[in-house]
Design a binder for this molecule. Structure first.
Ligand code: GDP
Length: 472
């Protein structure tokens, strides 16, 4: 875009608070800043990395006292000349500073335009630029670690490494093509097969990490299901320790899926409270139940609640819902306070129950129950720990690349499809030129993630940066 050479301006801070930061970046940033800011020496005479106190002026009228931070290209966030004014955060002052900057020759920045410049000027690659948006949006320790790992560039360099090997591989194949008739054996085919397999394994690992990465970013979805009146809303309130869900004695009152966010030990969960499941003629309630079924499908963890007082002979009824592979099931036996032999149940609510309560769908036979009194809060902590234990975050803590962007997942899936074709082609002794084409397709798909080694269409960049806020 031609406009990528303009000098742009935008507030970088949200309204409210005592101070506001207004950023100005581009070739004319220092000259424009000097037109509206006065201090002992003009910014043009100052070195990068300096800060100075002065006044923002409209002619001789003082609009505000401010601090200007000066960053000289290429040592700035955007890689361009940059001035950041810290002024008082009044909407009037911010409006005036922007007006004066526009009058002096800047234009308003679009969403994400500062980061777009950082990308265009080679300060960040695309995956890192996207991590900036995730970092700003992160609201839990795990989401923060995800974004911070990606921003540090470990994931990018792993992808670049894969891409380089692929380009080398394609080159080897093309050499074989050129010299093939002279029987020069450049690329041993079994070696090629091994290399493709290795790259496929790494790509697959990244693809698999998306399930966790996406869930950590969005919040792990937990569906609380069970018959009406088992105590789902009461449990939700206990988890949130606030009266947010509606609790009532009339069966079937929770008609909508209520979603609440909660953080347990650095991991964000989205707790979905659902309409009770039972046979009903009520149309509205039936719609609620259908929604519940869909909610269960979406959830990573299903918490099934059973009312202890309705059990005969102490057996927990079998769970009739089909779980997806990888979906976790936790069973809660609620209202134990109303059981005559409650003490025995309570004794079981310890760490062993937590470990045993996390079978996946395939190992349901080992399913243990978590005794609870949602009303008194007894056993709720055990459930909290069990929820947290169901999310494996070790990889993240070790700094491994975990994919959290749907765009990256799509690119990796495309890469895997081409890898599959290349591997099959190799096995079927496909001509070298066709093989090399597939290998190049894999490299191209991977290159779209970081944007390095690929020329990306402007629409894609526009789409990515449009999701940023203005001023970033
Ligand atoms: P939901 O329909 O599954 O959401 O159930 P509610 O949370 O609305 O609870 C239904 C009724 O059961 C309410 O009167 C709750 O106070 C009561 N209740 C919930 N949990 C317990 C519990 O652990 N012990 C006892 N005694 N009552 C409970």
């Amino acid at each position: 875009m031609d406009t990528d050479r303009d000098t742009i301006v935008a507030p970088a801070t949200a309204p409210g608070g005592a101070l506001a930061v207004i950023r100005l970046t581009g070739p004319e940033a220092v000259a424009i800043a000097d037109r509206l800011f006065r201090s002992r020496r003009p910014l043009a005479e100052r070195a990068g990395g300096s800060c100075c106190f002065g006044t923002i002026r409209d002619g001789e009228r003082v609009v505000d006292e401010a601090v200007a931070a000066l960053f000289r290209a290429p040592h700035s966030y955007t890689g361009e000349e940059t001035v950041e004014f810290s002024c008082h955060s009044s909407s009037y002052i911010i409006g005036e500073v922007l007006r004066l900057a526009l009058q002096a020759g800047a234009r308003m920045a679009g969403p994400g335009e500062f980061t777009r410049r950082a990308y265009l000027n080679g300060k960040l690659d695309l995956a890192q630029a996207e991590a900036v948006a995730d970092l700003i949006a992160s609201s839990s320790r795990a989401a923060h670690a995800l974004a911070a790992n990606q921003l540090r560039g470990g994931y990018s360099s792993a992808l670049d490494g894969l891409r380089e090997r692929l380009v080398h591989l394609a080159a080897l194949l093309e050499l074989e093509l050129d010299f093939g008739e002279e029987e020069v054996d450049f690329a041993d085919r079994s070696q090629l097969a091994a290399l493709l397999e290795e790259i496929d394994a790494e790509t697959e690992r990244l693809c698999r990490s998306f399930a966790l990465g996406n869930a950590l970013k969005e919040g792990i979805a937990v569906a609380i299901v069970g018959a009406p009146n088992v105590g789902k809303s009461t449990l939700l309130n206990q988890l949130l320790q606030e009266e947010r869900a509606m609790v009532s004695e009339i069966a079937g009152t929770t008609r909508d899926v209520i979603e609440e966010r909660l953080t347990i030990d650095g991991v964000a969960f989205r707790i979905l409270d659902t309409a009770g499941i039972r046979h009903t003629e009520d149309r509205l309630e039936r719609m609620g139940i259908e929604r519940t079924m869909r909610t269960i499908q979406r959830a990573q963890i299903v918490v099934r609640m059973v009312d202890a007082t309705t059990l005969h002979g102490g057996a927990v009824p079998p769970f009739e819902l089909a779980l997806r592979p990888g979906q976790r099931l936790l069973t809660v036996l609620n209202k134990i306070d109303r059981l005559p032999g409650a003490a025995a149940f309570k004794a079981e609510a310890d760490e062993t129950a937590v470990a045993g309560a996390l079978p996946n769908a395939a190992e349901r036979s080992t399913d243990k129950v978590l005794p609870m009194s949602a009303r008194s809060g007894e056993g709720v902590d055990v459930l909290r720990r069990a929820l947290r234990a169901a999310v494996p975050t070790e990889a993240l803590e070790e700094g491994a690349a975990v994919v959290s962007s749907a765009r990256h997942y799509e690119a990796l899936t495309k890469a895997r499809e081409a890898l599959q074709r290349a591997r099959e082609g190799l096995a079927a002794k496909l001509p070298t030129d066709l093989l090399s084409e597939e290998v190049r397709a894999v490299a191209a798909a991977l290159a779209t993630i970081t944007g390095r080694g690929a020329l990306l269409p402007d629409e894609l960049l526009a789409h990515i940066f449009s999701k940023f806020c203005i001023g970033k």
